[in-house]
Write a protein that binds this ligand. Sequence first.
Ligand code: AMP
Length: 394
Amino acid sequence: MKILVANIGSTSLKWRLFDFSNNAERLLHKGGFERVSDYPKAIEDCLAELKQANAIQSETELSAVGFKTVIAKDITGCVRFDERVLQAMADYNGLAPAHNPPYITGIKLFAQRMPGVPLIGLFETAFHQFAPEAVQRYAVPEAWRQIGVRRWGFHGASHKFMAERSAELLCRADVAERARQLYVNHGTTPISREPLRVISCHLGGSTSITGILNGVSIGTSMGMSPQSGLPQNNRVGDLDAEALPYAVKTLGITVEEAQRQLTREGGLKGLSGLSNDIRDIGEAALQGNPQAKLALETYVASARHWLGSYFLQLNGTDAIVFTAGIGENRADMRAAICANLENLGIKLDPVKNQGTRAVEAIISSADSQVKIFVIPTNEELVVAREAKRFLETK
Ligand code: AMP
């Protein structure tokens, strides 16, 4: 069974092709195009590359195309795309303006190009749907809640991968199995030993931190939109609700312009005044740039805020996991986030930490009560696995 996972951006198309034949999981091909202006041609070129690499002879060999879609009104989990699902995504375009519109366009183009192939989406909100109601709520009037003003949470595929993989690394096959079966039985697979507590730190261009108990999310830093929680690369993260009307009135700008500034010129870019990329900010901080230093410190302070929140809610933690571009590559950020936590049983091994870049590794010291891992994320594999299960069960 071959499943193509297509990652659609407003000007990019990236893909991974998995083969699940003979009970194995094999990555057959991965590739992508940036600066895409002609999307139908990009899809054509993707198929041509797959054929050239002998990964497929024809698109009819694809059992499904999977998509890591973000959010839809009243729909989550793993679903097959039809008009109703696409409309539900369009209804929430305003919550994910950088993601939903290109996905809707891209999925329609895939449907035209390969009408016989099932197109299946795993929504990023899915992993957080079983968190307690109390942490999903904002304290808004009922009418607001009814139109969807609540915490949804995102990066579900990545946090789910961390839930499964960290349980495997901690020799907890029971918890890994619960995480694997999450969308089948809503986190009720029995576990055979004491509870397993994990805090998953997805630190990338887009960042979120999630508390995970026995393979299930108990809450996450992102709320109603990906524009929340920690500062993102150029998105603001959490902001007092009064700040928006105050800035609109005081700066004399429109709501739309304020939103544009908060999504394009906020986050690490806004804080540093330099760049949205932590590599540039790190370099500038090393040269002594005070704004760059402050940007890094603000990011670290926010990460520690959320880490502390889940440490408390989980009554401690067995493991902290770092993933995504910053989490996998930046030993300095991992060290800053874990600094001075020995009293909580959290102790990095500085040598292991420094030597770990984009590979799976344990980076805590031998006497740390809490294991600290780097686990490269594999969101596409999670989407492909769920698409496979969807095909097998529906
Ligand atoms: P992601 O969204 O997971 O691709 O992460 C993107 C962010 O991670 C970028 O903004 C960079 O700041 C950082 N990043 C990605 N790759 C590296 C790398 N090789 N070394 C250091 N930082 C990196």
